[in-house]
Design a protein around this ligand. Structure first.
Ligand code: GDP
Length: 204
């Protein structure tokens, strides 16, 4: 399935979120992670484009950016999107805020708790660093709110196979999750596997 990304809007307030009529009620996939985890790079790798604009200054994007993904391209692009991507602001950047709890109440938490179309939260964790408490905090929150989530381990190309396996095991243990899918935006490792999971959400 060839999908064409169309930027919808940048929301800085609950009132800005795209209305169901605007998204044709397409299932929404949210991308969450600490600043610098590789979220923009992953979205770019998924979309095969520069839609998400790899951020040069960690923690600068304080908005939720919405993209509609339409089947086909050009004149043949379907009006009704198959999926919506929601790129959430990175958390945990020390200069901005130390924890997700202090910066999130205004519109991130309402988004995660109340957004009807939200079908999957892709939680990005870095395979190159030890498990981070604020990632655990987010994943615990998603478990409590019973939101479907998928944990993805970024930058898998930076470590050898053995170190990667150990890192994945440590992440699974610390965050108490069954799966951490290793991916690399640089080599595209794991991108196909991730896409097939996202497509199955779109087809549900
Ligand atoms: P964001 O703040 O989460 O959006 O992170 P970015 O996508 O801007 O990436 C942060 C830094 O990590 C940048 O220097 C990227 O080049 C680097 N990076 C992101 N993904 C990968 C990856 O898969 N492999 C490697 N080696 N570096 C990556």
């Amino acid at each position: 399935m060839r999908l064409t990304p169309v930027f919808l809007l940048s929301a800085t307030d609950v009132s800005h979120f795209p209305a169901p009529a605007k998204t044709f009620d397409a299932p929404e996939i949210a991308f969450l992670g600490r600043s610098n985890v590789g979220k923009s790079s992953l979205i770019n790798a998924l979309l095969g484009s520069k839609e998400a604009h790899v951020s040069s200054t960690p923690g600068r994007t304080r908005a939720i950016n919405f993209f509609a993904l339409h089947e086909g391209s050009g004149d043949k692009m379907k009006v009704r999107p198959s999926l919506i991507f929601a790129d959430l602001p990175g958390y945990g950047y020390a200069k901005i805020s130390r924890s997700i709890s202090s910066e999130w109440p205004q519109f991130i938490e309402p988004y995660l708790a109340e957004r009807q179309a939200l079908a999957l939260c892709v939680c990005l964790v870095d395979t190159n660093i030890p498990p981070q408490p604020n990632d655990t905090q987010l994943i615990t929150y998603l478990k409590q709110t019973q939101r479907p989530y998928l944990v993805v381990g970024t930058k898998s190309d930076r470590v050898s196979g053995n170190v990667l396996a150990k890192s994945i095991a440590a992440l699974k243990k610390a965050h108490e999750v069954d799966e951490v899918l290793p991916i690399s935006a640089k080599t595209d490792a794991g991108i196909k596997a991730l896409w097939s999971k996202l497509i199955s959400v779109a087809e549900e």
